[in-house]
Design a binder for this molecule. Structure first.
Ligand code: URP
Ligand code: ZN
Ligand code: ZN
Length: 475
């Protein structure tokens, strides 16, 4: 057997199920051995008893995604993946979005072009299906699913993206036939439009009214409808960026009835509230995202959902629009109506440190839950496991060696995204990745990227059926 390329010594290793102290031996970018391995390798990194987890899989982020309103995302595959790497994420899954009238294949080809030569970490694509024509349903999607694009997002809101219930049924039936996993953005569009009109007529156009236009009940109704449609078709679905106890309760009830509903939440629903939208002037636009941040009580319920397994996935939903940018949050003007402000908050770099610091170190969740939520479960659900998402012989050596004894104040200046703010400015954190490895390469050290642009590899979903998705290829 050839020698090891790298040994990470004295690691406090955590997976989704186990913890053990040991060394990690790496050969050809993959984990070759675990145990007491001595120092017989070309390179040795002493972890000095630090916590070592699998590299993060950020299963919901938006990078260089074309926007229909003329706004431009601040991060492309270069800055977005550098930022991800510095925060401990070694695989990103952004979205190849079909523009209505366009083929899904054209969106995928365009997105590969956008990524070309840029990523410093590995990546996969979700699709976004906005125009489920007969050709898309009968030819394009089956072909793409067969090629390993096995997961796609559909929207119940946004004029340029939303599907009608009838179209959702068609898409869910396709997913069941072909063995794909639909991800659903659940908000009731008619309610949002109706409330927005009423608010605007009353002159309530400031960022803080964004949350009044999208109260929890409209997320609850849409989550319930999405679950009902999925139950009718008998296909598993994943509800993305769940923000409220109201929507979470629907998911929990469905799971309790044995319906295969998966769910994702994001840092903005743990660390921001509707009050952040009410910051002076236009400042609240920084936190405009959909669904909006909720109440402190909702935050506590979302923590409960992470702890008790209602949520399988913790993603950033990084949707980067700079604040002082005529193509960013000010795309529709200096003090635009909330309805015209591009939706989304940045967070690809802070996702893992926030959950480590506020979740694991404050004992709201345990380390195995952390690993499962940030890496193992998303890798499984999106067909990247076992290459990604765990620490075991044969897996890619995607690893985070953590510093967990820190005490520092987060500032946007520390971050590597191309966004001019972080919504988490001023938070005190106790953890940050010390060293991040991707396929055995050190790609980030103490908050500095050390990776060559374009080294990231594209991964298709494996055709191996992940646990929980055995519906695939049901006739
Ligand atoms: O406000 C958000 N979440 N923007 C990103 C797009 C989406 O719906 O995930
Ligand atoms: Zn969404
Ligand atoms: Zn999103």
């Amino acid at each position: 057997m050839s020698a090891l390329d790298l040994i990470i010594k004295n690691a406090d290793i955590a997976t989704a199920t186990e913890s053990f102290i040991g060394d990690i031996g790496v050969r050809n970018g993959r984990i070759a051995l675990l145990g007491d391995l001595g120092t017989g390798a070309a390179r040795v990194i002493d972890a000095e008893q630090r916590l070592v987890t699998p590299g993060g899989v950020d299963a919901h982020c938006h990078l260089d995604q074309p926007m229909s309103d003329g706004s431009v995302m601040a991060d492309d595959f270069s800055t977005g993946t550098v930022s991800a790497a510095c925060g401990g994420t070694t695989t990103a899954i952004p979205f190849a979005c079909q523009i209505r009238g366009q083929s899904v294949r054209a969106a995928v080809d365009d997105y590969h072009q956008r990524a070309h030569g840029k990523p410093v970490i590995d990546y996969a694509f979700h699709l976004i299906v906005t125009d489920p024509t007969p050709d898309v349903l009968e030819r394009e999607l089956p072909e793409l699913i067969g090629e390993g694009y096995t997961h796609f997002k559909i929207y119940m809101t946004y004029d340029d993206l939303k599907l009608k219930d009838r179209e959702i049924l068609d898409v869910l039936a396709l997913a069941r036939r072909e063995g794909a996993l639909p991800m659903i953005h659940a908000e009731n569009d008619d309610c949002i439009a109706w409330l927005t009109d009423i608010l605007e007529e009353a002159g309530k156009i400031a960022p803080r009214f964004h949350s009044d236009a999208r109260p929890p009940v409209i997320e609850r109704e849409a989550a319930h409808r999405a679950i009902s449609l999925a139950e009718l078709i008998d296909v598993p679905v994943l509800i993305v960026h769940v923000s409220s106890n109201a929507a979470m309760s629907q998911i929990q009830k469905a799971q309790g009835r044995g319906i295969r509903i998966y769910a994702e939440t994001c840092p903005q629903y743990l660390f921001l509230t509707a009050d952040d939208l009410a910051a002076p002037g236009f400042e609240g636009a920084k936190c405009i995202c959909s669904p909006p941040p909720r109440s402190v009580e909702d935050q506590m319920h979302i923590w409960r959902g992470l702890r008790t397994g209602v949520f399988q996935v913790f993603s950033s939903d990084h949707a980067p629009f700079s604040f002082d940018d005529p193509k960013g949050k000010r795309n529709a003007g200096q003090n635009a109506k909330f309805r015209a402000v591009p939706n989304g908050v940045p967070g690809i770099e802070t996702r893992m440190p926030l959950l480590m610091s506020e979740g694991v170190l404050k004992k709201r969740i345990d380390i195995h839950q952390f690993v499962s939520l940030t890496a193992t479960a998303p890798a499984k659900l999106y067909g990247l496991y076992p290459h990604k998402g765990t620490i075991a012989p044969g897996c890619d050596a995607d690893l985070v060696i953590w510093d967990t004894n820190l005490d520092f104040v987060l500032t946007n200046g520390m971050l590597h995204h191309n966004v001019d703010y972080t919504p988490y400015e001023g938070m005190t954190l106790n953890a940050w990745p010390h060293i991040v490895l991707s396929r055995g390469d050190v790609i980030a050290k103490d908050g500095e990227c050390q990776a060559r642009p374009g080294r990231g590899r594209f991964h298709r979903s494996s055709s191996q059926l992940p646990v929980g998705l055995e519906h695939r290829k049901v006739a």
